[in-house]
Design a protein around this ligand. Sequence first.
Ligand code: SAH
Ligand code: SF4
Ligand code: F3S
Length: 433
Amino acid sequence: MKYHVVTFGCQMNVADSNEMSARLEARGMASTPEIEEADLVLINTCTVRQQAENRALSLLGRLKEWKKAREGRLIVLTGCAAERIKNEVSWRIPQVDLTVGAKDIERFGERLDELLGERFDWVSETEEAFDSKVVGSGDPISYVTIMRGCNYTCSYCIVPSVRGKEVYRPPETILAEVRAGVETGAKEVLLLGQTVNSYSYNDRGFAELLQQVDAVPGLQRIRYMSPHPHYMDRPTIERMAGLSTVCEHVHLPVQSGSDRLLKEMRRNYTRAWYLEAVNYLRKKIPGVSITTDVIVGFPGETEKDFEQTLGLVEEAGFDSAYCFKYSPRPGTRAAALADDVPTPLKEERLARVFEKMEAQSRRNAQKLIGTKQEILVEETGEGGTKWVVGRTRGNWKVKVALPGRAPVKPGDLVKTKITSADGRAVLGEAIAS
Ligand code: SAH
Ligand code: SF4
Ligand code: F3S
């Protein structure tokens, strides 16, 4: 049997898709990049904004024909949107054979065996056998979930209701996964959680975990997503700054530059606290790259609120930002407020913040010209002899020209001199040291 996975949403979903793929493979299935060759399609969904959910629903619509074309084909629906609409799936999307919501992800193997047993008299190896073996993906960057769920109640956000409360994975499990990644070629690990720096396990916090991961032999880089500004305090920043594998990049979602809106959003920090964290990061981690998430058009957002967001983008000196139009989510606190910023105005604000961010990104990229950077190769061209694409520790994507020495492959670290920068398209040349 062949399977094909389509993943929507954030890196947590990517990590979940990897884990579910490993469970499908433990049952003898092989992955295929072609949906037409697949016997089983798994759609791992997102519901953070309505548009994200709609994309999965429209794919499901198209899969009706796919399913009819060959007998025995299966559709499995998982993730956050699946959790939100799980009680409606059987009548709204009858082509789905199995729904496993985000809260049930740990029971995916069990639920899959039920389905396969029902349809094919399938007898699979036990879940315990799977759990005892930790497998690396073979990718240069390994995604490791350190916590699931979220204890926050940001008024616009549906994540806590579809992912549940925080559950921390034990450090030993996390470290075993990091080591397995390194053994199969990973140079970088991305530690994942909705508020990744609120991690705590038997009195050990996020900084202690970073310290342990940093000590894994062979690991070159640590990134983490997404930290919450509330926990980005001085002691944590100081400890992070002392760890050589922790990359000089912090993705620190701010959402808004207006204190009034931050309060309405229930973010639990002020603009001043946020900027203080940014300044301290810059002081302790020279050259650190800071990126963010921004929401425009939250209920009641005035021109003045929005201008404070624009001002903060500049003051914080972000290298890039994901900017979103507010999308009301059923059941959240904000959904009870009038969605009173008209769509054209949301769009105009989105364009303005985007334009400002692009210009700033361009200026920041220019500052890299002439510097030496280490690139972790993700993509190679012409067999890795002419050029490669990878990221700096600061998360800038760089296309590197190679001087024609030995071929370079994904996962290699290449010393590079940055030669030019046009927007975020940064170019460099490999150098000897
Ligand atoms: N846990 C992370 C964010 C997860 S959701 C954190 O707190 O930083 C990713 C991003 O989606 C958020 O940072 C926010 O900018 C955006 N987002 C979440 N809910 C949204 C909504 N209802 N409308 C628009 N954007 C939203
Ligand atoms: Fe959503 Fe807020 Fe939790 Fe992030 S911290 S997942 S924005 S509730
Ligand atoms: Fe989407 Fe769920 Fe991630 S709602 S953003 S996939 S946690």
